[in-house]
Design a protein around this ligand. Structure first.
Ligand SMILES: Cc1ncc(COP(=O)(O)O)c(C=O)c1O
Ligand code: FES
Length: 418
C-alpha cells in the first residue's frame, strides 16, 4: 500500500493535542513519516561523508546521495547530472540568478522578473541592481498571471535572464512557463523558474518545457527543511558562476559537504510525490472545493487569484468588512497564513495581493488556506464553521458593516480629520 495509513500524518498532532488544525502547507509541510524513517539510518550508523572515496562509509553515503538525485531528476524528467544539491529554494534562487547574471554579464545587464515573485528572487534581483544590473518587474494581471506578450514587450537587446515562478506561494496560480520557455529560447535568453511550490502539485517535464534553471526545495513537498536543488540544463548547456567556493563539490557549482540524511529525505519525498501525485491531487481538489463552497456562503467574500490556472492546494480569500487583525485572533484554532503585518515579519500588507490590485483593506483581511496530504474533510468543515461564526460576530461589531447593509457607499464618506 502506498498511501499513508489513516492517522499516520497526525503523529505530530497527537504529540501536541492542543495544536490548531494545520492549514498552512505552503509555509511548510509536515514531514511524511516514510521520509523520516528513510532518513534515520543516515543520522546513525550510515554517517559517512559521500566525498570519502577510500572506504565503505563514504561509498554507502555516496550511493544514497546518487539514488536521491535520481528520484529528484525523475519527478521532473531531467538527467540526474542536471541536479545540483543546495540548502533550499532561497539558495537555489541565489545561485541561479546571481550565477547566471555574473557568468553572462558581458552579453548584457538586463533582467526581467515579476512583482509577485518570492522575496528570495526579488531581493536577489535587487542586489544585482545595486551592483550595476538593470531590472524590469512585470505587473501581473488581476488574476495573478503574466502573459508572454507582456514579457515580449519588456525584452531589450541586452536582456540576459528571465525569472518567473511556476506556482505562486500566496495565491497558488500557475504561470504559463511552457510559453515563456519557448519565447526565451527563441531569443537566446536564460529562463529561470522557481518551482519551490510546484513539486508534487503540477506535472513538470523538463524534456518538454524549455527551462534553463529550476529551483526546488524539499520542505514544501513533505521532506525535511534545509535541503533543496537547482536544475541546471545540459542541452543547451547553461553556465553559472559558483556562489559558494571551497572543495569543488557538485561539479564546482556548490562546495560544501553534502548533508546525506537531508538529501536522502528529499529523494524519498520526491519519489513518493511522483508515485502518488495523480491520486493525491484529486482528493485535495475535492477538499479545496468544499472549503471554497463553504466560505462562499458568507457574504462579501472574495477569492484572490485565478481559480482555473491554480494548484488545488491553495485558497486565498479576503473577507470584506472584517478587521484582519481581529479575524486572525479569532481563528486561532486553525493554523493559516495572513500575509499581513500581524503575522509576517515585514510590516506591510501582502505585496502579492496589492500587485493584483486589491485595496489595503482587502489585502489586510485576507487569509491563505493551504491544505495537503494529511488534511481531512473534518478539518475543512471545522474551518468553514469557525469562519462563518467568527466573521458573523466581528461584523456584528462593525459600524462599516452596518453602513454597507444600509446601502451607504463607504467610499463616498468624508471622514473628519483628526
Ligand atoms: C516560491 C518560493 N520560493 C522560495 C522559497 C524559499 O524556500 P526555502 O525555505 O527552501 O529557502 C519559498 C518558501 O517560502 C517559496 O514559497
Ligand atoms: S490586519 Fe493587522 S496589519 Fe493588517
Amino acid at each position: 500500500m502506498n498511501a499513508p495509513e489513516k492517522n499516520v500524518g497526525q503523529v505530530h498532532f497527537e504529540t501536541a493535542p492542543h495544536f490548531p488544525i494545520y492549514m498552512d502547507y505552503s509555509a511548510t509541510t509536515p514531514i511524511d513519516p516514510r521520509v523520516a524513517d528513510k532518513m534515520i539510518p543516515y543520522l546513525r550508523e550510515q554517517f559517512g561523508n559521500p566525498a570519502s572515496r577510500s572506504h565503505m562509509y563514504g561509498w554507502t553515503a555516496e550511493k544514497a546521495v546518487e539514488e536521491a538525485r535520481g528520484h529528484v531528476a525523475a519527478l521532473v524528467n531531467a538527467d540526474p547530472r542536471e541536479i545540483i544539491w543546495t540548502s533550499g529554494a532561497t539558495e537555489s534562487n541565489n545561485l541561479a540568478i546571481k550565477g547566471a547574471a555574473q557568468f553572462y554579464k558581458t552579453k548584457g545587464k538586463h533582467i526581467i522578473t515579476v512583482k509577485t515573485e518570492h522575496k528570495s528572487v526579488l531581493d536577489t534581483v535587487r542586489e544585482l541592481e545595486r551592483i550595476g544590473f538593470e531590472a524590469t518587474y512585470l505587473e501581473p494581471q488581476d488574476n495573478g498571471l503574466i502573459t508572454v506578450e507582456q514579457l515580449a514587450a519588456a525584452v531589450r537587446p541586452d536582456t540576459i535572464l528571465v525569472s518567473v515562478m511556476l506556482v505562486n506561494n500566496e495565491i497558488g496560480v500557475i504561470q504559463p512557463i511552457d510559453e515563456i520557455g519557448v519565447f526565451c529560447r527563441s531569443k537566446g535568453i536564460i529562463f529561470h523558474c522557481d518551482a519551490a511550490q510546484a513539486t508534487g502539485k503540477v506535472v513538470i517535464d523538463l524534456q518538454k518545457t524549455k527551462v534553463d534553471l529550476m529551483t526546488f526545495t524539499a520542505h514544501k513537498t513533505y521532506g525535511p527543511k534545509g535541503v533543496g536543488a537547482l536544475y541546471v540544463c545540459r542541452k543547451p548547456r547553461v553556465r553559472l558562476e559558483a556562489q559558494m567556493h571551497g572543495g569543488g563539490h557538485e561539479r564546482g557549482l556548490r562546495s560544501g559537504t553534502l548533508p546525506t540524511h537531508q538529501i536522502v529525505g528529499m529523494g524519498e519525498a520526491f519519489r513518493i510525490a511522483k508515485e502518488e501525485m495523480d491520486s493525491e491531487i484529486g482528493r485535495i481538489q475535492a477538499l479545496r472545493d468544499r472549503l471554497a463552497k463553504g466560505l462562499q456562503e458568507i457574504e462579501e467574500v472574495y477569492i484572490n487569484g485565478d481559480m482555473e490556472h491554480r494548484v488545488p492546494h491553495n485558497l486565498n480569500v479576503s473577507f470584506n468588512y472584517v478587521e484582519g487583525e481581529s479575524l486572525i485572533m479569532a481563528i486561532k484554532d486553525i493554523a493559516v497564513s495572513s500575509g499581513s503585518a500581524c503575522t509576517s515579519a515585514s510590516l506591510e500588507p501582502s505585496y502579492v495581493l496589492r500587485a493584483l490590485g486589491r485595496s489595503d483593506e482587502l489585502a489586510h483581511s485576507s487569509i491563505r488556506f493551504t491544505i495537503g496530504r494529511f488534511s481531512t474533510e473534518e478539518d475543512i468543515d471545522f474551518a468553514v464553521n469557525l469562519l462563518k461564526s467568527k466573521v458573523h460576530k466581528l461584523r456584528d461589531l462593525s459600524p462599516l458593516w452596518d453602513m454597507f447593509k444600509d446601502g451607504i457607499d463607504i467610499n463616498s464618506i468624508q471622514w473628519a480629520a483628526h
